[in-house]
Design a protein around this ligand. Sequence first.
Ligand SMILES: *Cc1c(COP(=O)(O)O)cnc(C)c1O
Length: 384
Amino acid sequence: MVHTSYIEISRSAYKNNIKFIKSQVGSHVTISSVVKGNAYGHGIENAVKIAEGTGIRHFSTFSTDEAIRVKDASTKKSEIMIMGMVENENLSYLIDNEISFYVFEMDRLQAAIHTSKVLGKKAKIHVEVETGFHRTGFEWEERNALADTIQKNKENLQLCGLCTHYAGAESIANYVRIQEQIKVYHEFKQWFHEKGLYFDKYHTACSAASLSYPETIMDMVRIGIAQYGFWPSQETYMLKFKQLAPNMKNPLKRLISWKSHVMSVKKVKIGDFIGYGNSYMASRNMTIALVPIGYCHGFSRNLSNLGKVLIQGKILPVVGTVTMNAISVDVTDLKSVTKGDEVVIIGRQRRNEITVASFGESVQQVNYELLTRLPHDIPRKIIS
Ligand SMILES: *Cc1c(COP(=O)(O)O)cnc(C)c1O
């Protein structure tokens, strides 16, 4: 092994999660696997491979570069949808390759129509409407101009979807705002129908909306975090928890495990300081294991004297400051520890587990951020 740590990604956990999500949204609903942010840190190529193996045939990205990676990784001719950034200069590539994309302003709509005419091929678009998220989306006031433009250029456009995104479906604090968004979305939908404009798919729900607001499910759901085995928030889990009774077992399984090895072992005497400065003084004669992961690998410096790892199935504390490339772990209570012993930073070892959430709680990062910040150069490997 040339790397100091590696990340394992579990295929069976993914299968389990998709099965659960299907049970929640219904088997007739298309699941679009959201793979933006390097598939929430899992690696786009890994995610596409595992997902296609589980029958997923629809992927969502934020941008063109990610869409190209999905296309290259896909062996099943899956559909690809870009929900965010597209440069006009990318449009001919997208239209040529039948990659669909969100349209949320006139400028992009016009550019899509123009490029479609040049290529003699329809642009596959998803019309995003503003319902209250206030990020992107056509405003209610723009509806006439929008419908006119679409109608005049119908032969250049495939209306793949009518969509919107909710402003925080993972928190009950946003309940009223979400209800209003659902209402506005239906007003748009109704209005388009009155104009004779119909879309292939109506889609609005992310993981949290799919799990907490069943009325948002429609024809397709855009599932990010849940497929990777995480609840969008504690609240979303709590809401489901009662429905899952009496089973009470978490139906979602984390795909990711992050592992390293003990690099060296050292004895220190009571009163010795460990690592840089004086943040940790040995309160007894101790045995310290050096583990070759540090803040350059995403193990935050904020975890100095706070972080925990697993060695030989025991939860052990990080002592002293987290350095760029290494951490010191107190292994005094282990019978013996040797160079090369497995260290689990995230994941299970024997009877104990460190979840991404508990890893994150000590530095107050949510799962989303923590996952996507796992450095791309740590090798990922798919396990069964
Ligand atoms: C990220 C994203 C999703 C997926 O969100 P999760 O909470 O990870 O399920 C869905 N739709 C849009 C528009 C997004 O940007």
